[in-house]
Design a protein around this ligand. Structure first.
Ligand code: CDT
Length: 320
């Protein structure tokens, strides 16, 4: 069959002033853990190497720069050991990072690294950047300054085939990052390319009333439960509607003792059912055996796009 064991490596709290090397060591440990569970590929979260810095207004350019990988991420000194270890272990990885290009552009990016060839098979740059350019007036508010720090991705949603995986059947993968998962258009763009596994790392605030526009006095527990609900809702519904597996990995826990991020890293099948889900909001690896043949039913029946879509009525989606 076309079976593949996939892992998601969830990362718990990472504080603003945590040493990069300490966070990297945790990631190496998660990588070892996924390998020992015989995963063929493991997904790490969005901006996995640091805290989720877009919540902070950082005016010092040098300080801001320290959260980015400069140039080729696989040789960036603060990230390279992860790729080197993946190559040694023979496990593929997908990981999110803040990207600074040689020409000085900045993106919220992820890559798929193929361990056997030691090369990046595909790069994705986050297209839906949530939040604001300017911080909130309220100094107590949690910010989300992705529009300030990143340009919208310019590479599109490209599915890609991965050699030497799933018994050499070259499964079709796609990547998106965090907020993208809430947009049907992102999923459909990959779905139309026959995607079989969607990878999505995220940093999603648990309690952040300013960000969501909800009442500031909402109960934090209820807010967090809603955030988890909406996260799973979009992963499950969009996996079903595009007949694809999906894997998502959280950066989660309580950063700096005051910024909560949801966990609920999970692996979802093409019927929209959760195969594996993290139990903690700490460093944790989850794995699931995914039989890619399961995508066939949806892709040839209910969601056979070529037969059933009526694109002459979808113009508003791209024309407005
Ligand atoms: N990192 C990221 O994209 N987070 C957003 C927060 C949106 S504002 C509540 C998310 O969609 O989870």
């Amino acid at each position: 069959g076309r079976k593949i064991r996939i892992a998601a490596a969830q990362i718990g709290a990472v504080h603003l002033n945590d040493e990069r090397s300490k966070t990297l060591d945790r990631m190496l440990k998660l990588l070892d853990d996924a390998t020992s569970q015989a995963a063929e590929v493991v997904l790490f979260p969005e901006t996995a190497f640091t805290t989720f810095f877009p919540r902070h207004l950082i005016n010092d350019p040098e300080r801001l720069s320290s959260f980015f990988e400069h140039g080729d991420v696989t040789t960036s000194p603060t990230a390279a050991p992860l790729f080197e270890r993946a190559r040694e272990l023979g496990i593929d990885i997908s990981v999110g990072f803040a990207e600074a290009t040689d020409s000085g552009e900045r993106f919220n990016s992820s890559v798929y690294y193929h361990s056997r060839s030691g090369s990046i098979l595909s790069k994705y740059r986050k297209i839906h950047l949530p939040g604001d350019f300017e911080p909130f007036a309220d100094p107590e508010a949690i910010n989300q300054l992705e529009k300030r720090y990143f340009k919208p991705g310019n590479l599109g949603f490209n599915a890609f085939r991965v050699p030497e995986l799933a018994s050499n059947t070259e499964p079709t993968f796609g990547m998106m990052i965090c907020n993208d998962r809430r947009w049907a258009e992102a999923w459909r763009s990959l779905g139309l390319q026959g995607v079989e596994v969607v990878l999505c790392g995220y940093n999603t605030a648990g309690f952040a009333p300013h960000l969501r526009g909800s009442d500031a006095d909402q109960d934090p527990k209820a807010a967090e439960a809603d955030a988890v609900f909406h996260h799973k809702l979009v992963m499950q519904a969009n996996s079903y509607m595009n007949a694809t597996f999906s894997v998502c990995a959280a950066r989660c826990g309580m950063d700096d003792g005051k910024y909560s991020l949801i966990g609920a890293s999970c692996i979802v099948d093409p019927e929209g059912k959760i195969l594996a889900e993290a139990k903690t909001v700490e460093d944790e690896v989850i794995v699931a055996d995914c039989d890619l043949e399961m995508c066939r039913q949806g892709k040839t029946r209910t969601f056979d796009f070529a037969r059933h879509r009526r694109i002459e009525h979808y113009q508003r989606i791209t024309n407005q």
